[in-house]
Structure formats: structure tokens, C-alpha cells
Design a protein around this ligand. Structure first.
Ligand code: ADP
Length: 272
């Protein structure tokens, strides 16, 4: 049987110690990878069906935020959770280093325009949280400035929620050992060479600083309506399964419905 994935939700106001949060989740399906993947297959179909309704109904907006250290699996989570959905209604926005134009504005400027429209699911591959993570660790702005951003982010997400957006945020939590293995794979396997970036090693050197930044960011911004989930991600199947289960529950709660037909369709005959 499955497990209660809601337990990975960070309750508003609780302290976060990432050193104590599991990176290896293996109690679902008795830790059986094949059973996990079979369940994931079924979840994907259910997610796709609800997404079709959501798109047709044009009522709800869904924002999924993914944050993680390098190699934790943001890309493959997006691919494998949303594989069966219709790309017309599910879009991904990836946030890399800001351009000069973006830097000339406030840090939420580039983010707001990618928030989901009615009927859409938007996945943020990295997000405005980089502005309290990489920006903090590398001291790109002074401390008093990034510290005020937690408040801005809470207010920004509150605005989105008040205007009809459902927000779920996922931190894909891997151990430093697991990251070493995955980075090593990128060096060893030819098909993975393209994923290797030497800059990732510099980020890895600052691991503890990133963990501290993530812990504060999650604690400061996990709210009732825009919660964070800390997903154990050392095992790939478990990570995808956990995210898929939570996404599915979220969509089920929204209960999207196909809209009523505009007219009594029985009276309409299609002309030859
Ligand atoms: P990914 O690592 O997500 O696959 P990239 O290799 O394009 O994607 O890396 C994106 C990089 O951009 C990351 O190193 C990230 O920390 C950085 N980045 C994202 N947002 C910001 C920001 N606001 N300020 C500075 N750097 C940022």
C-alpha cells in the first residue's frame, strides 16, 4: 500500500532542520521500485484526466514550484509527472541567471508574467526563491535586502492565492553523498556529459550554506495556502511518486468539471 505523502508538508510556522529531514523515502510500497513505478503510471493517467477538465473549465490556476540542489531531479520530475498531460494547458517556466533587463527591475518582475492563467498548470523550474537562495549564499545583495524578501514572497503568493491560484511548492531533498554519485555519473556516462557544469562543483562546495538558506526560505514561506513539501529524493522513483501523489490530490481537491454545453446540443444537426 501507499503512504501518507501529506506528511512531507511543512506546517506553517514550524522550524525546519534539513539535516533531520529524510532524503531516502522507501516505505511506500514496501520500498518496491517496480510497484512504485506501476503506481506512477496510474497516477499520470489520473493527473492527465483532471488536467483536461481543468483546461476545459478555465476556472482554476495551478502553480507548482520546484526547487532543489543540482542533480536532485527537477527536470525528470517535470517530465515524468506531467508526461501524459496536454502541453497546451501545462507549461514550464525555467528561471536561470537574470538578464540585465531583469536585474534592472525588482526580482518578482520576471516571475509574475509566468504565473498560470485560468485553466492552466504552470511549473516553475527554479523560481523567485533563487532570490533568497543563490542570491543570499553568493551575497549578490546585502542581507537586509534579501531578508525582507521573505515578506514580499509571502505577500506575492497571497496575492496569487486570493486571485484564484493554487500553489504547491516542492523542495527535492537529496543527500550530499547522493549528489556526488550523480555528478560522477555525468562525468562517466557519455550521454550525460552535456549535463555536467563545472559551476555545479562550486555550488556543491557551499552545500551547508545552501541548506541553511533553504531551511530559512522554507520556514519563512510555508503557509497554509502555499505550502512547501520536503520530498525525499535520493531514490528517483520515490521522488516522482511523492510529487505525483501530491499533485493528484491537489487536482482532486479542486474537482474541475467539464463546463455545461452552451446550448441544448440535441437540437443541433450538423449540415451535410
Ligand atoms: P538548472 O541547473 O536548473 O538545470 P541552469 O543550468 O540553467 O538550470 O542553471 C540556472 C542557474 O541560474 C542556477 O545556477 C541558478 O542558481 C541561477 N539563478 C537562477 N535564478 C537566479 C537569480 N535570481 N540570481 C542569480 N542566479 C540565479
Amino acid at each position: 500500500m501507499g503512504t501518507n505523502f501529506e506528511r512531507y508538508r511543512v506546517k506553517a510556522g514550524t522550524k525546519v532542520d534539513l539535516g533531520k529531514e529524510p532524503t531516502r523515502g522507501d516505505d511506500a510500497y514496501g520500498g518496491d521500485k517496480d510497484a512504485g513505478y506501476a503506481r506512477l503510471d496510474a497516477l499520470r493517467d489520473e493527473i492527465a484526466e483532471l488536467q483536461d477538465r481543468l483546461y476545459a473549465e478555465e476556472k482554476h490556476k495551478v502553480l507548482i514550484v520546484l526547487q532543489a540542489m543540482d542533480t536532485a531531479g527537477k527536470d525528470s520530475t517535470i517530465r515524468d509527472v506531467f508526461k501524459e498531460t496536454n502541453p497546451q494547458g501545462v507549461r514550464v517556466a525555467s528561471f536561470g541567471r537574470p538578464t540585465d533587463e531583469e536585474l534592472a527591475h525588482d526580482y518578482l518582475w520576471r516571475v509574475h508574467k509566468y504565473t498560470p492563467a485560468a485553466g492552466h498548470i504552470r511549473v516553475f523550474n527554479r523560481s523567485h526563491y533563487e532570490d533568497v537562495l543563490v542570491v543570499r549564499v553568493n551575497e549578490l545583495v546585502p542581507e537586509d535586502r534579501w531578508k525582507r524578501r521573505y515578506g514580499h514572497i509571502r505577500d506575492f503568493e497571497r496575492l496569487l492565492v486570493d486571485e484564484g491560484t493554487t500553489i504547491r511548492k516542492f523542495f527535492l531533498h537529496i543527500s550530499k553523498d547522493e549528489q556526488r554519485e550523480r555528478l560522477q555519473e555525468r562525468l562517466d556516462i557519455k550521454e550525460k556529459h552535456w549535463k555536467f557544469e563545472s559551476g555545479d562543483l562550486r555550488v556543491r562546495e557551499r552545500w551547508d550554506d545552501y541548506m541553511a538558506a533553504y531551511a530559512d526560505a522554507i520556514k519563512e514561506t510555508s503557509t497554509v495556502d502555499a505550502p512547501w513539501y520536503i520530498i525525499p529524493s535520493d531514490r528517483r522513483w520515490y521522488r516522482k511518486l511523492a510529487v505525483a501523489e501530491i499533485v493528484l490530490e491537489t487536482l482532486k481537491d479542486l474537482d474541475p468539471k467539464y463546463p455545461d454545453p452552451p446550448d441544448n446540443l440535441h437540437h443541433i444537426a450538423i449540415p451535410d
